[in-house]
Design a binder for this molecule. Structure first.
Ligand code: DX5
Ligand code: ZN
Length: 220
């Protein structure tokens, strides 16, 4: 499968959100990555349902919604109604992760689980067969524009092996600090989805940068 690129709306210009959504619509991007932060699970607050609905109204590609919130179960249905296609909850925020994943799938959305940089891959052993996506945090969640954590490459390899061993169809998404210098090595390590906020939106030509992140051919 060709890899996917999901620009992160967190780095968009919120005073020109429709313009930035149209830029992504007209680019080679595959998904919109939408970060929800509650100021409790992470030390930052991003935006809520009115903004997700505004994005969904103009978006012509799937909304990949990453919940960095406590008690995500409470909001699953509302995110579905707001336009989410993929809904990702954090392993560290879910006491009953299996139930949370089933709740998401029961709405018809794809279900993802995100893990923080310090969380080992092994905790996913008994859930990996159930999930559609693993969002591997390559920075500590909460902010855009942070430095990529190098240990991520090693974790991608371990996750790839776990996915194979358990016959899982989960996609591996890398979130945080993805740029034009590290994306190829991430893809070679086994990544399927690249999230990019700062790299896309601080670029002088965001659409071209998206195309660059899409360009990769495996050499054997
Ligand atoms: C971080 C968010 C990321 C963020 C990535 O907590 O989950 O999705 O937007 O931004 P960059 O690509 O700038 O690190
Ligand atoms: Zn994210």
């Amino acid at each position: 499968m060709a890899h996917l690129v999901a620009p992160s709306i967190l780095s968009a210009d919120f005073a020109n959100i429709q313009r930035d959504v149209e830029m992504i619509n007209n680019s080679n991007a595959d998904w919109f990555h939408v970060d929800i932060m509650d100021g409790v699970f992470v030390p930052n607050i991003s935006f809520g349902f009115p903004v997700v609905k505004a994005i969904a109204k103009h978006a012509k590609k799937p909304l990949d919604v990453h919940l960095m919130i406590v008690n995500p179960d409470q909001y699953v249905q509302t995110f579905k109604e707001a336009g989410a296609d993929v809904l990702t909850v954090h392993y560290e925020a879910c006491t009953h992760l299996h139930r949370s994943i089933q709740n998401i799938k029961n709405t018809g959305m794809k279900a993802g689980v995100a893990i923080n940089p310090h969380t080992p891959i092994s905790v996913l052993e008994d859930i990996i067969a159930e999930v559609d996506l693993v969002c591997m945090m390559s920075v500590n969640p909460g902010f855009g524009g942070q430095k990529f954590i190098e240990n991520t490459y090693h974790k991608v390899g371990l996750l790839k092996t776990l996915i194979k061993n358990k016959n899982s169809k989960a996609l591996i998404e890398i979130d945080g600090g993805v740029d034009l210098n590290n994306y190829k090595k991430l893809l070679q390590s086994g990544a399927d989805v690249l999230v990019a906020g700062n790299t896309v939106f601080s670029s002088s030509d965001p659409s071209k940068t998206i195309s660059e992140l899409k360009t990769f051919e495996f050499s054997l």
